[in-house]
Write a protein that binds this ligand. Sequence first.
Ligand code: CO8
Length: 257
Amino acid sequence: MTYEYIKAECVDSIGIITLNRPKILNALNLQLMNELVSELERMDQDPAIRVIVLTGNDKAFAAGADINEMAEASAMEILKRDQFAVWDRISLISKPIIGAVSGFVLGGGCELMMNCDMIIASETTVIGQPEIKLGVMPGAGGTQRLTRAVGLNKAMEMLLTGEPISAKEALRYRLVNLVVPVEAYYQEALKLAKQISEQAPLAVQVIKKSVHKADNLPLADALDYERNGFYLLMASEDRKEGMQAFLEKRKPRFSGK
Ligand code: CO8
């Protein structure tokens, strides 16, 4: 598949997607989002890929929605675009997505980052939801996912001032998993991806889905979901292999069955 605004490759069972509009700081236009989500779905179906890394460049993961596409549009045009439908499909991706972010992570860029399951950030990362400065508000989950991640008070401050926070502060608020020097964030993300790609693929996917239930379901229902996932995985070939390998004191060879 050839794309204009993203690059996609597969290295050792890791699917890597790079946002590629560097001249305007990877601003997310409609075409980029369509390309990105199509490729995420393709990688999700590709048995050779076990984990996905989503990245931009050192200067910008993404500086938000493409303001050029919104500046002249009427409310009715925006409504008819239904541009958030494509965003909803990201939460259906069953393989883990690791965000490797650096530089500007703003507006839609922050919302995209929060759609990742784990995030490795460079020390030069700045993260924010500046929509209020444009007289609007987030539309792709910013008020909800940010609040769930950093808590009500900090989310309110970030959303109402539009001021970004540093990577260090983001780590303190548990918005990202790890902060490393800019030279290292991409490699760290690949390292994490490699480690996860060596686990049993079915277990990885069921755990991902189960963890996300913590955000969406009451505890009793989420625990029920977890238990059913546990029973389901007991029927997999990989749990036989995993337990057998433990008993035989060797490394398991997981097949994804
Ligand atoms: N959209 C379009 N172009 C952009 C954007 C953007 N979001 N951000 C930067 N650019 C362009 C600039 O216009 C500039 O283009 P040119 O060279 O042609 O003039 C180029 O990128 C480089 O930018 P700057 O010269 O401004 O670089 P600086 O280093 O001086 O500043 C900033 C970097 C601080 C990131 C600055 O560019 C900025 O404030 N950008 C806008 C950030 C912003 O407001 N983002 C929120 C957008 S609204 C949004 O995301 C709503 C989400 C709704 C859902 C998402 C649906 C997709």
